[in-house]
Design a protein around this ligand. Structure first.
Ligand SMILES: [Fe+2]
Length: 340
C-alpha cells in the first residue's frame, strides 16, 4: 500500500511532495510541558495511530498568545499545559472547543474535567511540604496557613511568588481565606524564608536538606523525579525527604493539573481527538505516572510505588475558572506582602 502511494507520487513529478504531504496525518501540539517523558507519549501515539506529532514548545501564556495571533490560520490542534487556570484562560478567550468524547468522559473523573467540556486533566500533582526525616516533622506544621507562623522564622524554602505553582496556591488560599488574610500570609512567609527565593522546586528541597531551613514547598513529582534520577546524589536524597500533605483536616491539599484542550480552529480535528483520547489510555497514563511521577488522572491507572508510599490524601478539587479569576489579585497580594 505504502509502495503504491510512493510510486503514484513519484510519477506525479513536481507534485510528488504535495501528494505525499496530503497522505500524512499530523497533529500540531502546542505544549508547555517541559518533561522528558512527554516525548515517549508522542512517539507511542504515532506508533499506535500513524499520526505524526508536531510539537511547538513554549510557556503557556506564550502559546495562548501565539494561538490568538495566528487566528483562523493557526496550525494548532491541541493545547497541552500544566495549570488549570491556563486551560480556563484559553477557553475563556474562545481559543478552544468542546472535545465531545465519550472515551474521555468515561475515563476521567468529573472533578478533573471542565464542566463545559473544553478541557480535561490527564494527570495531577500536589503542592506539599517537605522536611528532613532525620530531623523529624517540624512541630505544628500541618496547614498552608502555618507557613506564615513566626515560629518558623528562617525555616521556609520556597520559590518566587511569580512562579505559576505559587500563584495557583495563593489563588486557592485567597478563595479560602480572603484578601486580607492572603496578604498577611504572604508577609509571614516572606519573613520566614530561609533564603531569598531562587531556582525551582528541586532547589528548595536541596537547600532544605542542606540545612537551609526545615521546610521546603514543592510539587510531589519533583521529589518523585529525584527518586528515579540519573544522578546518584538525587536518588540517595529522595528517600530521606518526608512529605506532609497540608490541610487534611479542612479544604484538602492544593493540587493542580496537567491538561489538554482541542484548539477551536484545529485543522485536524480527528487527529486532535485521537491524541486527546490517547492521553487517557493505560499506555499514556503509565508514562505520566511512572515516567514523570505525576498522579494519573484515570483512577485505575498505576501510581509509582514511591508516590504510593507517601500515603493517600484528600485533595482540594482544582477549580480552573476560579483560579484564573483569582490569579492577578493573588499575585498582587503576595507581592504587596513582600514575597519576592
Ligand atoms: Fe514543573
Amino acid at each position: 500500500m505504502q509502495r503504491r502511494v510512493f510510486l503514484a507520487a513519484t510519477s506525479a513529478g513536481l507534485f510528488a511532495p504535495a501528494l505525499l504531504h496530503a497522505q500524512e496525518r499530523v497533529v500540531s501540539l502546542y505544549s508547555s510541558r517541559h518533561y522528558d517523558a512527554d516525548k515517549q507519549i508522542h512517539e507511542a501515539f504515532t506508533q499506535a495511530s500513524g499520526i505524526r506529532v508536531r510539537v511547538i514548545e513554549a510557556n503557556a501564556d506564550q502559546l495562548i498568545e501565539r494561538i490568538r495571533a495566528e487566528g483562523a490560520n493557526s496550525p494548532a490542534d491541541v493545547f497541552l499545559t500544566v495549570d488549570a487556570s491556563r486551560l480556563a484562560r484559553a477557553a475563556e478567550l474562545g481559543l478552544t472547543q468542546p472535545y465531545a468524547s465519550a472515551v474521555i468522559d468515561g475515563r476521567i473523573p468529573e472533578a478533573l474535567r471542565d464542566p463545559a467540556g473544553h478541557w480535561f486533566a490527564a494527570s495531577t500533582r500536589a503542592r506539599v511540604f517537605m522536611y528532613d526525616k532525620a530531623k523529624g516533622v517540624p512541630a505544628g506544621l500541618a496547614r498552608y496557613e502555618d507557613l506564615a507562623d513566626p515560629k518558623f522564622h528562617g525555616q521556609v524554602a520556597v520559590r518566587s511568588s511569580g512562579n505559576g505553582y505559587n500563584v495557583a496556591l495563593a489563588s486557592s488560599y485567597l478563595s479560602a481565606n480572603g484578601a486580607e488574610a492572603t496578604e498577611s500570609w504572604a508577609r509571614g512567609i516572606a519573613g520566614n524564608l530561609s533564603r531569598p527565593p531562587s531556582g525551582g522546586d528541586r532547589d528548595q528541597i536541596r537547600a532544605m536538606m542542606a540545612g537551609q531551613g526545615s521546610i521546603a514547598v514543592s510539587n510531589t513529582y519533583y521529589l518523585g523525579l529525584m527518586s528515579i534520577s540519573q544522578q546518584a546524589e538525587e536518588r540517595e536524597m529522595a528517600p530521606r525527604v518526608g512529605v506532609i500533605f497540608p490541610n487534611q483536616g479542612d479544604r484538602g491539599t492544593h493540587v493542580n493539573v496537567s491538561g489538554a484542550a482541542m484548539v477551536k480552529t484545529s485543522p485536524n480535528r480527528d487527529s486532535a481527538k485521537a491524541f486527546l483520547e490517547y492521553l487517557t489510555t493505560p499506555a499514556a497514563q503509565r508514562v505520566f505516572a511512572l515516567g514523570n511521577m505525576e498522579f494519573p488522572a484515570v483512577p485505575e491507572a498505576e501510581v509509582h510505588p514511591f508516590l504510593l508510599a507517601l500515603g493517600s490524601f484528600k485533595p482540594e478539587p482544582p477549580d480552573g475558572p476560579k483560579m484564573l479569576a483569582n490569579a492577578p489579585e493573588a499575585l498582587r497580594l503576595m507581592q504587596r506582602g513582600g514575597w519576592r
